[in-house]
Design a protein around this ligand. Structure first.
Ligand code: ATP
Length: 232
């Protein structure tokens, strides 16, 4: 299968600070990856580095065969990155529908399809971003990323701070997006047992380095390994 994302020897951080220590990673088209690790391990930094908003020190990032290492974030997005940052960044003074269409790019993900995926957003399409619950904002952030028709979806702790019923609703949608629709995705998550069942593979970061990689099914089947890597 074709490689969508190839990361080699990546060292990156914030200014002089180096957070990622020689990260290597390959993600094939249509595959999904759970990115796990304790607080401060560098998960967000890795996503942000793929997006292009950190300081690059060494190594290379290729997306769909194109070297993007030296490209700025706004030059990478059109190459197919859909990013849902931890802060969600919903436009608070725009309606749900305006949020969805403001940055949309043509492709198979249309308003109609994202509303099918998230019926709540359709019901609230005339509400402003600041009138939404946390769960609705998260759904909007994911839906807005889909409207970019990306090749690669990057989700930073999508379940964080959400009520259990909303977690289940969002997980069901994410499962349809990555499993049924075959969207390539990297999902950073603290709730490992929630995200492993819907991803193909997993890596664990510790102090900016990859210390574990396997299939998600293998890690789920080894709870003592999971606890050893992730318990605090
Ligand atoms: N803007 C920044 N400037 C300087 N250092 C930063 C910045 N953001 C994060 N760091 C540092 O980089 C390291 C990795 O942080 P990062 O947010 O990537 O970890 P994480 O694995 O995503 O953790 P969490 O689960 O807490 O979000 C930490 O030591 C953190 O203090």
């Amino acid at each position: 299968m074709a490689v969508l994302l190839r990361i080699q020897g990546l060292v990156a951080g914030y200014g002089e600070a180096r957070v990622l220590a020689k990260v290597d990673l390959v993600l094939e088209q249509g595959k999904s990856l759970a990115l796990l690790g304790r607080n401060g391990a560098g998960k967000t930094t890795l996503l942000d580095t793929i997006v292009g908003v950190t300081t690059h020190h060494a190594g290379a990032i290729q997306i769909d065969g194109k070297d993007v290492t030296r490209l700025r974030a706004e030059q990478r997005t059109p190459l197919g990155i859909g990013w849902v940052p931890q802060e969600r960044n919903v436009f608070r003074s725009l309606t749900v529908e305006e949020n969805l269409t403001a940055t949309a790019r043509p492709g198979s993900w249309t308003l109609e399809r994202v509303y099918q995926m998230f019926p709540r957003l359709k019901e609230r399409r005339r509400n402003l971003g600041n009138q939404l619950s946390g769960g609705e904002q998260q759904m909007l952030a994911v839906a807005r990323a889909l409207m970019l028709n990306p090749k690669l979806l990057l989700l930073d702790e999508p379940l964080e701070g959400l009520a259990p019923i909303i977690v289940d609703e969002l997980l069901a949608a994410l499962r349809r997006i990555v499993t049924d629709e075959g969207m390539s995705a990297i999902i950073v998550e603290q709730k490992a047992r929630k995200v492993l069942p819907l991803t193909d593979d997993v890596i664990v970061l510790e102090r900016g380095a990859v210390t574990y990689r396997d299939t998600s099914a293998a890690l789920l089947a080894a709870p003592e390994t999971l606890d050893a890597y992730l318990s605090v």
